[in-house]
Design a protein around this ligand. Structure first.
Ligand SMILES: Cc1ncc(COP(=O)(O)O)c(C=O)c1O
Length: 441
């Protein structure tokens, strides 16, 4: 029986178990629907940490759909899936290569695994202020110099740029490196031919998907996928690693939501939904291009991430106007561009409102697009695991250059570090720092 059916069956047992709430909201009736399906691992409900029943069946079906060796359900977001993937594959003091545009959870994973990190800078586009793809020639040159246990990267990026995972996975196989792809933003790639191929299909060893970002699931729904051809790692090790980080009381509504989300996306209705969405986005783009709106385009870009500029207006100003005058909030903006995120749940009506707002947005200034700067190579003085619990003091930021930082600079979104603990502060960081800066002693 599926997890969804299990939850919809009437419970005839009197439960003297956790949770105590008896599937009813006592504090506020508005929350009643949250409580209805909230059970623990009662008889017949299986157990996420050692699944043998409904959860195992649901994971098995997901694995069939995604063509993986194993797909694990995670109810604590891609963050936990990333930590587990790293713990399962990296031993203390292993050298790993990490793309610098990875989410901060990878930095947490570096601390927890005691890994030795080398950073890899992806390409960038200064006109849009975004990271783009991994340059495979530079990657091979790096692999030639150092032996790494794993390469951890994000594809698609927050703005939807997909790297050539097929080529990267070939390189990783050639140099015996485990390829971990954070595909948090790219789950729809599995379900539509008009989108780039999924990382699993292109040969990545381990792929993390977030289902709540663009795929319509509730916050915290995520999965961890193991490639069919993986050789050096056992699926049991990933279960063991997940059990280290995952709550022992996973939410059944979230588990059922993961199952339902994957089933929907794999259905004819789900696939049609994605196609229609892509068509609507295409229409929006072609109409708006006559109104001074320019869209980021790249053959490897996921069109559900609408990244745009409007002539004469900075990204910050445009974001402000669209938000205050038209009540529409973007996902993220920088000096040159705004990002509007779409996905399962984005209706034609919603896109029309965005389209009309962007058409009408008045040009109040004559902003000239300037090239945006990107972080230079980080100066790593201490490995991430060496920085945790280290003593620190404060200095004035004007005296902080080349001192070892105890703090992060982490704009959110997208949650990509510009400075992490253990790295030397550079002139370039000063504009982001408050007067008192935490440095290591
Ligand atoms: C690329 C990327 N990976 C991982 C995460 C973490 O996802 P979650 O919030 O589901 O833990 C995020 C969240 O913003 C992200 O953007």
């Amino acid at each position: 029986m599926s997890i969804i059916k299990l939850l919809s069956k009437k419970q005839d047992k009197l439960l003297f178990t956790t949770p105590s709430h008896n599937q009813k909201a006592l504090f506020n009736k508005k929350y009643n629907s949250f409580y209805l399906d909230d059970f623990s691992e009662i008889d017949g409900f299986d157990n996420l940490s050692n699944p043998k029943g409904a959860i195992l069946i649901a994971q098995g079906r997901a694995s069939e759909i995604l063509n993986t060796k194993h797909t694990f359900f995670v109810t604590q977001g891609a963050t936990t899936a990333i930590l587990a993937a790293m713990k399962a594959t990296i031993n203390p003091y292993d050298k790993v290569l990490v793309a610098r545009n990875c989410h901060k959870s990878v930095f947490s994973g570096l601390i927890l695994t005691l890994a030795q990190v080398d950073w890899f800078l992806p390409e960038n586009d200064e006109n849009w202020g975004i990271y783009t793809q991994i340059d495979t020639e530079k990657l091979e040159a790096t692999f030639k110099i150092n032996q790494y246990k794993a390469f951890i990267m994000t594809s698609p990026t927050y703005e939807g740029i997909n790297s050539d995972i097929e080529k990267i996975s070939q390189l990783c196989k050639k140099y015996n490196v485990c390829l971990i792809v954070d595909e948090a933003h790219g789950f729809l790639n599995n379900f539509c031919d008009d989108l780039p191929k999924s990382a699993i299909e292109q040969g990545a060893d381990i792929v993390i998907n977030s289902l709540h970002k663009t795929s319509g699931a509730l916050n915290q729904c995520a999965i961890l996928n193991i490639n069919k051809d993986i050789q050096n790692f056992e699926c049991e090790t990933f279960q063991k690693a997940l059990n280290l980080f995952h709550t022992s009381s996973p939410s059944y509504p979230l588990l059922a939501n993961i199952e339902a989300c994957i089933n929907f996306l794999n259905s004819t209705k789900g696939k049609k939904y994605i196609k229609n969405l892509l068509n609507e986005i295409e229409n929006l783009k072609s109409e708006l291009s006559q109104f001074g709106v320019k869209f980021y385009s790249n053959t490897n870009q996921d069109p559900t991430k609408i990244l745009l500029q409007k002539q004469g207006i900075s990204g910050f100003e445009l974001s402000h106007i669209i938000s205050n005058k038209y009540n529409i909030e973007d996902e993220m903006c920088n000096a040159n561009s705004c990002l509007y995120l779409t996905g399962i749940g984005t209706t034609k009506g919603k896109l029309n409102k965005l389209k009309n707002a962007l058409k009408k947005a008045e040009i109040k200034s004559s902003y000239e697009f300037t090239k945006l700067d990107f972080q230079p190579f980080p100066l790593v003085k201490l490995q991430p695991y060496e920085t945790f619990n280290k003593d620190y003091t404060y200095v004035n930021k004007n005296d902080s250059v080349l001192k070892i930082s105890n703090q992060m600079i982490l704009p959110y979104p997208p949650g990509i570090g510009l400075l992490y603990p253990g790295e030397a502060i550079q002139e370039w960081h000063l504009k982001y720092l408050n007067n008192d800066v935490e440095i290591m002693v």
